[in-house]
Ligand binder design. Structure first.
Ligand SMILES: C[S@@+](CC[C@H](N)C(=O)[O-])C[C@H]1O[C@@H](n2cnc3c(N)ncnc32)[C@H](O)[C@@H]1O
Length: 309
């Protein structure tokens, strides 16, 4: 699909983290337009192998086209990265990459309903086979639940006002389009010269909820660790603090040489066990200044790298 446009972020850093080698086996759980995958296949030429997946059928199709020059060296399936361990042999991969969030192709296609800047149906499904859409959440979720969703998943301070306004408006007619929702929020919270659109946080919250992105990420990190071989690297690129917190918590928990139950780490209740991974960098890596200037979308990217023990 030639209309699928997405510029991969932090490619050099991902390659440095995974250092793909000929004959190695790799997995890309968020193959998107195939940018990272192409770089991994190229660096592992002539015979490195790549397992790829994406929830979005359009991405799978685009990646297969993009990777045509490497045919015979990859397999791509449509599905969540949390399902990688269902078809990729455990302990087989030397490196796994997860590049989270949405692609530019998803954001820029009005019909997908991800953007408050383009009019389209209130959809936001990454996987079009799923039934839950953003319209269903906006029209059918109790106002108190919307308040919670906008606050917890978007950090929106005006979540109560916005949810009440949605409740009033939807009693007149259902919300069907991105522009009607974005327009309502813009009328409630004028920009006052700010460059960020006032609907940004609500749209992020809805997208995360429609696709259960936080829950999927927790499953995906576990699956990635399962398919990695000891000494293999996991590279995860996040775009906002909620995702990054999940990745950090996962890294901390799996790097400990003990577990604990009950949610509170009391020394007497610790159960010793071997750590499963180690952090390769204490701090998240950020894109360089040149990449940030050339690709504004990369500015919020953060890369964390772990090694399976
Ligand atoms: C930032 S893009 C990835 C771009 C890709 N690295 C490239 O080089 O083109 C994120 C992709 O992850 C996919 N995605 C998000 N959550 C997913 C999940 N839980 N399982 C599989 N794919 C997911 C989205 O559909 C989207 O195509």
């Amino acid at each position: 699909m030639s209309s699928y446009v997405h510029k991969p972020v932090m490619v050099a850093e991902v390659l440095a983290a995974l250092h793909p080698r000929p004959g190695g086996c790799y997995a890309d759980g968020t193959i998107g337009g195939g940018g990272h995958a192409a770089a991994i296949l190229d660096a592992s030429s002539p015979n490195g192998w790549l397992h790829g997946s994406d929830r979005d059928g359009a991405a799978v199709e685009a990646a297969r086209t993009r990777l045509a020059e490497f045919v015979g060296r990859f397999e791509i399936r449509q599905g969540k990265f949390g399902e990688l361990a269902d078809w990729v042999p455990a302990g087989s991969c030397a490196g796994v990459v997860l590049d989270l969030g949405v692609s530019s192709a998803q954001l820029d296609t009005p019909g997908r309903g991800f953007s408050f800047q383009r009019d389209g149906p209130l959809d936001m499904r990454m996987d079009m086979r799923q039934s839950l859409t953003a319209a269903e959440l906006v029209n059918e979720t109790a106002a108190d639940e919307l308040v919670k969703m906008f606050w917890e998943l978007g950090g929106e301070r005006q979540s109560r006002r916005i949810a009440r306004a949605i409740e009033q408006e939807r009693s007149r007619s259902r919300f069907e389009t991105t522009m009607r929702l974005a327009g309502l929020i813009e009328r409630l919270i004028p920009r006052h010269g700010k460059s960020t659109h006032p609907a940004t946080k609500v749209f992020q919250a809805l997208r995360l909820a429609v696709n259960d992105e936080i829950g999927s990420l927790q499953c995906g990190l576990t699956a990635a660790l399962t398919v990695l071989k000891p000494g293999g690297q996991l590279a995860v690129i996040t775009f906002h603090s909620l995702e990054d917190r999940v990745v950090k918590d996962f890294g901390r928990a799996r790097a400990r040489d003990y577990t604990f139950t009950g949610g509170v780490d009391v020394p007497e209740l610790r159960q010793p066990r071997a750590p499963e991974l180690k952090w390769l960098h204490r701090k998240a890596l950020k894109p360089g200044a040149a990449e940030q200037a050339a690709n504004p979308r990369s500015r919020s990217a953060q890369l964390r790298v772990f090694e399976k023990i």
